[in-house]
Design a protein. Structure first.
Ligand SMILES: *[C@@H]1O[C@H](CO)[C@@H](O)[C@H](O)[C@H]1NC(C)=O
Ligand SMILES: *[C@@H]1O[C@H](CO)[C@@H](O)[C@H](O)[C@H]1NC(C)=O
Ligand SMILES: *[C@@H]1O[C@H](CO)[C@@H](O)[C@H](O)[C@H]1NC(C)=O
Ligand SMILES: *[C@@H]1O[C@H](CO)[C@@H](O)[C@H](O)[C@H]1NC(C)=O
Ligand SMILES: *[C@@H]1O[C@H](CO)[C@@H](O)[C@H](O)[C@H]1NC(C)=O
Ligand SMILES: *[C@@H]1O[C@H](CO)[C@@H](O)[C@H](O)[C@H]1NC(C)=O
Ligand SMILES: *[C@@H]1O[C@H](CO)[C@@H](O)[C@H](O)[C@H]1NC(C)=O
Ligand SMILES: *[C@@H]1O[C@H](CO)[C@@H](O)[C@H](O)[C@H]1NC(C)=O
Ligand SMILES: *[C@@H]1O[C@H](CO)[C@@H](O)[C@H](O)[C@H]1NC(C)=O
Ligand SMILES: *[C@@H]1O[C@H](CO)[C@@H](O)[C@H](O)[C@H]1NC(C)=O
Ligand SMILES: *[C@@H]1O[C@H](CO)[C@@H](O)[C@H](O)[C@H]1NC(C)=O
Ligand SMILES: *[C@@H]1O[C@H](CO)[C@@H](O)[C@H](O)[C@H]1NC(C)=O
Length: 567
């Protein structure tokens, strides 16, 4: 929530004066709150006759908050209370006498039990209420609907159950509303949604909401961000959504929305930057009108039932950095790459599981893709060779060409890709020896552990593999996966150079000879799979020194001798 505590920020100016009215000693105390003393002391501060703004966020304050005695005559002056990011627990007290409270941030503690119902009876001016990241349970209190001044309500990341109460939609001043990541269910009511005309962000992601997006959403003309992701919502994308012309972010991923996507008219959404429909049941082609959203930076249509070919107009999307079309039925990869290489800002391109059985394109001349860092063309059953144009992708860091039917050998130019740290060419029909060129790949040789990839390139969290796990870019490991091919010959001794490798898979090939001792130099390895080859000799005992190894497989070979223990 960008401007959420905007008001509070303004009030923080008065924080300075409020604090300076404390004694010097008290000021110091504010900064070094002693955990054990916290709760009683906090109650005193909250009840103080002079403090208007109290910010004790990001401390290690523990315990439960105490109830307060009745308010003194002119009322308590406290307007802004930020107790967020501490270790408070227990029920939230029913502080009945907080008549001047404007902003309360209790987020990121361990408060449990129901959300108190009193908030706006006792604090009629409450504008900002952040209860997110606690353990609140039970239903959403109807009384929140009485909060006529409430602009920000964030109760995300709790254990709330039940439906959105009808009364909630009486809080018509709401601009930012989030119940993300709870256990809420129910259908969004056409007639109620319309009341929240001031909404700028609506975040209902990661719950159990069902039913359609109501047409009345088109009346929420100020809406900039809508998150309905990870629910069980269905129906078409309502045409009315195109009336929300300020939309910047739309996230509908992981639902069961359906219908002909090309029926939706994107022409009225010039501000759209992020549009995520991953894992739904949309059909048809990519609507041409989407190419008019010239601000679009991240577009994900993966895991739907879309088909057709890309149109050249996609290169009108000058700011597009993230494009995922994976797991659909798109055709003509030659055409797709030819067009996409003109999206000059593109850094992440995920188009795997399409183009079934086509030929891996080669180009006479190839330019474009200047900024491409991640390329996934896995699971397309593509025929052909590892194409030369990949050598022109000077910024390439991760490449997945696995689960195709590529043949031929690994080209020597691979070592020219100086930023490549993740190469998965497993499950193809590649032949020849494992080239020593691979052992000269700069990123895999480098002693530096951290991957080079700038996390900011992931405009959207990337799901790698079928396990649908969130893959934090920062955690992307250095990987070399050549498994399930037809490689022959010995494992090169030079393998010992790939010091920063975390995962090495050479399984299911026709490799012969001994496991080279130098493999023991790969001290960072977490995964080593040499299974299903024709390797002979002993397992190097020095493998004991690979302390990080968590998966080790040398089965189905002709190895002999003792199995290394310890390590
Ligand atoms: C509440 O505080 C947390 C930090 O503890 C901050 O991230 C969040 O934005 C604040 N909430 C509002 C509404 O400003
Ligand atoms: C929550 O609080 C912890 C410290 O208690 C802090 O490290 C963390 O960044 C906070 N998280 C958020 C989202 O503010
Ligand atoms: C609040 O909402 C309820 C249910 O939607 C409605 O019956 C009631 O009239 C509303 N109250 C006010 C004061 O608007
Ligand atoms: C979500 O809904 C489904 C089916 O309606 C139900 O089986 C499931 O338990 C619900 N999950 C939660 C967390 O409420
Ligand atoms: C968009 O709003 C206009 C005017 O408010 C209305 O006439 C039109 O029907 C709306 N369009 C859709 C698709 O709801
Ligand atoms: C989409 O909307 C634009 C602007 O409102 C309009 O000019 C265009 O004709 C519409 N396209 C379709 C296919 O309805
Ligand atoms: C793109 O976004 C910027 C702000 O980020 C805005 O100023 C501009 O008008 C938008 N472009 C279009 C075509 O609307
Ligand atoms: C997706 O759509 C197809 C037809 O369009 C339908 O057969 C299928 O049941 C739908 N799947 C889900 C999960 O709704
Ligand atoms: C694929 O695209 C290329 C280049 O745009 C075009 O020449 C070719 O006809 C297309 N193939 C099919 C089968 O549509
Ligand atoms: C290997 O790739 C083929 C497609 O070329 C696919 O059908 C098969 O499931 C893949 N095998 C594994 C183990 O991923
Ligand atoms: C392991 O690395 C060290 C230093 O980097 C080198 O001297 C040694 O020869 C390597 N051992 C093998 C077996 O490659
Ligand atoms: C690998 O071993 C299998 C059976 O042990 C044998 O059939 C095959 O010819 C061997 N391959 C090579 C390349 O030695």
């Amino acid at each position: 929530m960008p401007s959420s505590l905007g008001l509070a920020v303004a009030l923080l100016v008065s924080f300075v004066s409020a604090v300076s009215s404390c004694t010097q000693q008290e000021k110091g105390y504010l900064l070094q709150f002693h955990a054990a003393m916290a709760s009683p002391r906090l109650a005193e501060l909250v009840s103080s006759r002079s403090i208007a703004v109290l910010d004790v966020s990001f401390n290690r304050l523990t315990g439960a908050l105490r109830e307060l005695p009745p308010s003194p005559a002119p009322g308590r002056p406290l307007q802004v209370l930020d107790i967020s990011s501490n270790l408070f627990a227990g029920d939230f007290p029913s502080w009945k006498a907080m008549e001047n409270m404007i902003a309360l941030n209790a987020s990121n503690n361990s408060f449990a039990g129901p959300i108190p119902t009193h908030f706006c009876d006792s604090s009629p001016s409450l504008a900002v209420l952040d209860l997110s990241r606690n353990k609140f349970s039970g239903g959403i209190p109807q009384a929140l609907g009485d909060c006529s001044m409430l602009r920000v309500l964030n109760a995300g990341y709790n254990n709330l159950r039940g439906t959105l109460p009808d009364e909630l939609f009486n809080a018509t001043s709401l601009e930012h509303l989030s119940f993300r990541d709870n256990e809420l269910h129910g259908v969004l009511d056409e007639a109620h949604v319309i009341n929240l005309r001031n909404l700028v962000t609506l975040n209902l992601g990661r719950n159990n909401f069902s039913g359609r997006i109501p047409d009345s959403i088109g009346e929420l003309k100020r809406m900039e961000a809508a998150y309905f992701d990870q629910n069980i919502m269905s129906g078409e994308l309502p045409a009315a959504l195109s009336n929300c012309t300020y939309l910047v972010t739309v996230d509908l991923k992981i639902n069961v929305f359906s219908g002909e996507l090309s029926k939706f008219n994107f022409s009225n959404l010039p501000n759209l930057k992020t549009f995520d429909l991953m894992d739904n049941n949309f059909t048809g082609t990519i609507p041409e009108s989407i190419y008019s959203c010239s601000n679009l930076t991240a577009l994900r249509l993966s895991a739907n039932n879309l088909h057709g070919q890309l149109l050249p107009r996609i290169s009108d999307l000058k700011h597009l950095t993230f494009l995922s079309l994976s797991v659909n039925s798109f055709k003509n990869i030659t055409n797709a790459l030819h067009i996409l290489k003109n999206c000059r800002q593109l850094t992440i391109l995920l188009i795997g599981k399409n183009f079934r059985g086509e030929l891996m394109p080669e180009y006479e001349r190839f330019d474009g893709f200047e900024n491409l860092q991640v390329l996934d063309i896995g699971a397309c059953q593509l025929l052909g060779k590892i194409p030369l144009w990949i050598s022109k992708l000077a910024k390439l860091e991760m490449s997945r060409l696995s689960n195709n039917q590529l043949s031929g050998s690994i080209p020597d130019w691979i070592k020219a890709l100086k930023y490549l740290f993740y190469l998965d060419i497993s499950n193809n029909s590649l032949t020849g020896e494992i080239p020593t060129a691979l052992m000269d790949m700069p990123m895999l040789k480098s002693e530096k552990t951290e991957a080079h990839l700038d996390p900011r390139v992931f405009k959207l969290p990337v799901y790698i593999g079928i396990s649908r796990q969130y893959c934090k870019p920062i955690a992307l490991p250095k990987v070399l996966d050549l498994g399930n091919n037809k490689f022959t010959g010995e494992i090169p001794v030079e393998i010992g150079r790939l010091k920063s490798l975390l995962s090495l898979n050479l399984s299911s090939n026709d490799l012969t000879g001994q496991i080279p001792q130098s493999i023991c130099n790969l001290t960072r390895l977490l995964v080593l799979d040499l299974s299903n080859n024709n390797l002979t000799g002993a397992i190097p005992s020095a493998l004991n020194s690979l302390h990080s190894l968590s998966a080790f497989n040398v089965s189905s070979n002709d190895l002999e001798g003792p199995i290394p223990s310890g390590g």
